[in-house]
Design a protein. Structure first.
Length: 201
């Protein structure tokens, strides 16, 4: 009977040792998993801190770029305002020069027309006087009748008038070409001004 009890106690002791080993193993596994979880949490926290720092630096860089862009934009606007003022001044000066040029051309045309008219009248007067003398002389020398002399005189006058009209037409044509060229230059300058103002808007 004593041996049976000793065997039972030994079996119980062995079972207790086995249970102790099993619990110790489970505890070691639990501690291992806990350490792994803590290491994973620490690594995750470190990654989150790094990501937060990276995001902060990116935000600061973006803010810096935005500030530089705003400064460059303001500088560009100021430069554009200066250029616009300069171009406006040049455009006004060009328009003023164009108007003055047109006025000078018109005045020159009127002066030339008046000059040609005076020259024509003078030539006609000289021609009439010359033909008057020649007709008088011819009447005496050749006894030309009045009708023939008048026809000759009329032919000369028509010839001189056609010549003057041709010269006047050529002068007007040249003036018109010059005025058209000046108008084209003015229209081009106005178009460039409108395009620049549209771009600035």
């Amino acid at each position: 009977k004593g041996q049976v009890q000793v065997a039972a106690l030994a079996a119980q002791l062995q079972m207790a040792n086995d249970n102790r080993d099993k619990v110790a193993h489970q505890l070691a596994e639990a501690l291992k998993r806990r350490a792994e979880v803590e290491a994973g949490m620490a690594a995750m926290e470190e990654r989150m801190l790094a990501a937060t720092e990276q995001a902060r630096q990116a935000a600061e860089a973006a803010h810096g770029r935005e500030a530089r862009l705003l400064q460059e934009l303001e500088e560009s606007r100021e430069c554009l305002r200066v250029k616009e003022g300069s171009f406006k001044t040049e455009l006004e000066a060009g328009e003023r020069q164009f108007r003055e040029k047109v006025e000078e051309m018109e005045a020159a045309m009127r002066a030339n027309e008046s000059k040609h008219q005076v020259a024509l009248e003078e030539q006609a007067r000289v021609l009439k006087e010359r033909w008057r003398r020649e007709i008088t002389k011819s009447r005496k020398e050749r006894q030309l009748d009045t009708e023939e002399a008048a026809q000759i005189h009329e032919m000369e006058l028509h010839k001189l008038k056609r010549q003057h009209q041709a010269e006047l037409a050529e002068l007007k044509r040249r003036a018109a070409v010059g005025a058209e060229r000046a108008r084209a230059e003015h229209q081009q300058a106005a178009a460039e001004s409108a395009a620049l103002r549209a771009a600035m808007a």
